[in-house]
Write a protein that binds this ligand. Structure first.
Ligand code: ADP
Length: 259
């Protein structure tokens, strides 16, 4: 048994949050953070009080995706106010360290930081907290599932077999620790050519739906590969907010309603 931290760690985290949903993926780059952000925005648009927690310590993306700059205010030098944009409260390691400096830590330090960001932040009462999990099925992910009282997990995958294999591993990790899997989302599902309207399946199509059926998991929906999704994300204006009437925003709203 280690020293320090361990005692406080026994206190339940996030007692004022009604539901906590982890957004996970088997590997990086499949659009997990983009999906988590847009789902959080969609839930907020539905009138819920929403928090968005960036658990990706090594590659935080929330400051950029939410267009938030600056540092969190600490009223007492020990606790922090969450940052906020578009009505969603957010906390990320990215608010605490410069964007270009790498974090070189071992597992226990990462977990300590995550616990602090969950425990020492004034989240207030929330209907739902969306957690953008780090990619993969390592130590941090496992500890998160054990320390945070998760309501459930959502798996994001591209349609490719290889990504799906990773996604399946992620899904099985949650099942092993008895976290309900709420379903699978297929991201970058298809591409519609803006010139001719032709639909192309760059990474294949339908793989996630088939895999969901095979694993008896719910299929929550598909999101196309579209430059507008990338651009709005990079600009800090998630598409659910900046283009609320677009078909993509609608796709995220439908997915959020199923969660
Ligand atoms: P992850 O969190 O899985 O590493 P990100 O959400 O950071 O992935 O997405 C990786 C890159 O792909 C980002 O530049 C993002 O804007 C882009 N992206 C994600 N989903 C889509 C999509 N459906 N269409 C176009 N670009 C996307």
């Amino acid at each position: 048994h280690g020293h320090g931290g361990g005692h406080q760690a026994e206190k339940p985290l996030l007692p004022q949050v009604k539901a906590i949903v982890a957004i996970a993926s088997g590997k990086g780059g499949v659009g997990k953070s983009t999906t988590a952000t847009n789902i959080a925005m969609a839930l907020s648009r539905m009138g819920l009080k929403v928090g968005l927690f960036d658990a990706d310590i090594f590659g935080p993306s929330m400051p950029r995706m939410l267009g938030i700059t600056g540092e969190p205010v600490s009223p007492d030098g020990q606790t922090m106010m969450p940052m906020e944009n578009y009505g969603v409260k957010c906390m990320s390691m990215g608010f605490l360290v410069p964007e270009d400096s790498p974090i070189i830590w071992r597992g226990p330090m990462v977990m300590g930081a995550l616990e602090q960001l969950l425990r020492d932040v004034h989240w207030g009462e929330l209907d739902v907290m969306i957690i953008d999990m780090p990619p993969g099925t390592g130590d941090t992910q496992l500890t998160m599932t054990q320390r945070v009282p998760l309501t459930g997990a959502v798996i994001v995958s591209t349609p490719q077999d290889i990504a799906l294999l990773d996604a399946t591993k992620g899904l099985n990790m949650f099942r092993k620790v008895d976290v309900p899997v709420l379903g699978i989302i297929e991201n970058m599902s298809y591409y519609i050519c803006p010139k001719c309207g032709d639909e192309a399946h760059i990474f294949g199509h339908g793989g996630a739906k088939a895999e969901a059926a095979r694993l008896s998991a719910d299929f929550l929906g598909e999101v196309p590969l579209d430059i507008a999704i990338r651009q709005t994300s990079d600009a800090g204006e998630p598409i659910v907010i900046s283009k609320p009437n677009s078909p993509h925003a609608k796709a995220y709203m439908d997915i959020a309603a199923r969660i």
